[in-house]
Design a protein around this ligand. Structure first.
Ligand code: ISL
Ligand code: CA
Length: 559
């Protein structure tokens, strides 16, 4: 396997709006990130990925870009960006930008032109269709609720928007549009960015007849994914992007790709394919999803988690590359979802971190994860900000009269704002995030959970992450070692081996809140078990034939 820096790196995702506010307007900003660079350097991460900082009317917190070559006013200026990028590079870290090119904002000049008349040269930069039988061109549903089509009176036509109506989909069939995007990417690369995280990049190619999706009873609009997820020309587009942009730089590229299988991922990330370095797959994120509706959830199944992760580990070994993540700005907090944020918050956060960092792939840390930040429960819908949450509430509670309490419970469980509350820096007002009024409420647990407290406590989650990151820099087995699942059918323990040359590591994880005994499989022999890392320091074993695992215990041994 070829060795590259982006395989060896740990990436830290920053959601700029909620990271640190430098000027008291309640909104995190670029200078705020700059002021906190030493915190990040200290943690040891190699790459900072910024969620979008481009100019945007913020219908979807920056995922609706109105100018790809300007900075959002709330976040600062291009000069601030230059200072930040230099600050990151001076500290030996790298900067990855979010690239949102499946859609733009409806306030982008391209869209304004495109909407202005049917014969405008930019008309085909977006996807316009006329009405069908007096209705939308097809029955697709937007990810944020309602139809995926918006009628525009001016030219008596509908435009496609898979997300909000302020996020019209760009028409990748148009070569002129593609060229513009490549030029923008080259412009940022010339400015020194070290890579791109590409938003829903596997949605670019739509089946051109835009057919109706099959109907699920009880739903007005339907999920049309089969006609745009990994669509007909997607590999051609990515290979073209590679040839026009990516090939000229040694950068990190990661595609966000819902609905992608291991087989697809091999096509996207295989080295000989000249597409991307890695992708974010969603299978483990959908474990607790009951049906088409993301707000209908079910308890996640542990054996299924093992099966999915192992499938990806084995499937991409030597044929692609995994990205490893348990949460991001679109998901609940990992400790609240896969761990136990009540009694075993610290233990389970460390166990999950051990899991994510000991698999093969590039690990991603979402801001605040290293403190064990948790989900939030705001009492009123007024306190929520996310367009996905607000649209859903409007539709379910206001329009359809569904039970308000049940909908609030769904928001507590699955809402994206769980991940978007301000970073908890210290125990001062607003968790030290802002001197003003924060754009979204701070989690009330900030007096206990914050960076200052974590740095004072040598047993904190923070120091555990630091240790995990440090280990990666000194042990190639973590990056390049093979993966082998042990105890496949054990319903409590996740155990696996990593092997690299003559080195063998055993990773044992208890995913539950009660004690459980691990029995070393007979085919694994060892003369000496050397403790590498674990979340119960007083529980280091010399004989690992049988280990009594405490609640959420994680341990790694070098055999
Ligand atoms: O497809 C989904 C569920 O079936 C969604 O999870 C969707 O893929 C995901 O929300 C896409 O996320 C990205 O693009 C969105 C933006 O709101 C998210 O924040 C971003 O991460 C639109 O740009
Ligand atoms: Ca600010």
């Amino acid at each position: 396997m070829e060795k590259t820096w982006w395989k060896e790196s740990v990436v830290y995702q920053i959601y700029p709006r909620s990271f640190y506010d430098s000027n008291g307007d309640g909104i995190g900003d670029l200078r705020g990130i700059y002021e906190k660079l030493d915190y990040l350097k200290d943690l040891g991460v190699d790459v900072l990925w910024l969620s979008p900082v481009y100019q945007s009317p913020n219908d979807d917190n920056g995922y609706d870009v109105s100018d790809y070559q300007a900075i959002m006013q709330d976040f600062g200026t291009m000069a601030d960006w230059d200072v930040l990028a230099k600050g990151i590079h001076d500290r030996g870290m790298k900067i990855v930008m979010d690239l949102v090119v499946n859609h733009s904002s409806d306030e982008h000049k391209w869209f304004i032109e495109s909407a202005s008349s049917k014969d405008n040269p930019k008309r085909d930069y977006y996807i316009w269709r006329s009405a069908k039988n007096g209705r939308e061109p097809n029955n697709w549903e937007s990810f944020f609720g309602g139809s995926a089509w918006q009628y525009d009176l001016k030219t008596d036509a509908y435009y496609l928007h898979l997300f909000s109506k302020k996020q019209p989909d760009l028409n990748w069939e148009n070569p002129a549009l593609r060229k513009e995007i490549y030029a923008i990417m080259n412009w940022w690369l010339a400015k020194g960015v070290d890579g791109f995280r590409m938003d829903v990049i596997n949605f670019l190619s739509k089946v051109q007849s835009l057919p109706d999706a099959s109907t699920v009873a009880g739903r007005t609009y339907q999920a049309g994914g089969q006609f745009f997820i990994n669509g007909p020309r997607i590999h051609e587009f990515l290979q073209e992007m590679h040839a026009n942009v990516l090939t000229n730089y040694d950068i990190l590229t990661v595609g966000e790709m819902p609905g992608t299988s291991v087989e697809d991922a091999i096509l996207y990330t295989g080295q000989d394919r000249h597409e991307l370095n890695m992708i974010f797959q969603f299978e483990h994120m959908d474990l607790d999803r009951a049906d088409e509706d993301k707000w209908h959830s079910k308890p996640w199944n542990f054996l299924e988690l093992k099966r999915i992760i192992s499938k990806w580990q084995i499937g991409l070994a030597g044929r692609g590359w995994n990205s490893l993540y348990l949460n991001n700005h679109d998901t609940p907090r990992m400790v609240s979802r896969f761990g136990n944020d009540k009694i075993y918050r610290v233990e389970s956060a460390k166990m999950l971190a051990t899991f994510n960092h000991m698999l093969q792939g590039t690990p991603y840390i979402y801001q605040g994860e290293e403190l064990g930040m948790t989900n939030v429960k705001f009492s009123s819908i007024e306190d929520y900000r996310d367009i996905e949450i607000l649209n859903m509430y409007q539709e379910k509670v206001i329009e359809c009269g569904e039970d308000k309490e049940a909908v609030m419970e769904a928001i507590y469980r699955s809402g994206r704002d769980n991940a978007r509350t301000p970073f908890q820096w210290n125990q001062e007002e607003n968790a030290g995030f802002t001197k003003g009024k924060p754009w979204i409420g701070v989690n009330s647990n900030y007096k206990e959970i914050n960076a200052e407290a974590a740095k004072r406590d040598e047993n904190s989650i923070y120091y555990y992450y630091k240790q995990l990151i440090e280990l990666r820099k000194t042990h190639e087995i973590i990056v390049y070692g093979s993966y082998r699942l042990l105890l496949e059918n054990d319903g409590k323990i996740y155990a696996f081996m990593r092997e690299f040359g003559k080195t063998r590591w055993l990773v044992v994880l208890n995913f539950f809140a009660h004690a459980v005994t691990f029995h070393l499989p007979e085919d694994i022999s060892y003369t000496k078990a050397e403790f590498v890392i674990g979340n119960y320091k007083d529980d280091i074993q010399e004989n690992i034939d049988r280990i009594c695992l405490k609640p959420y215990e994680a341990c790694v041994y070098n055999l």
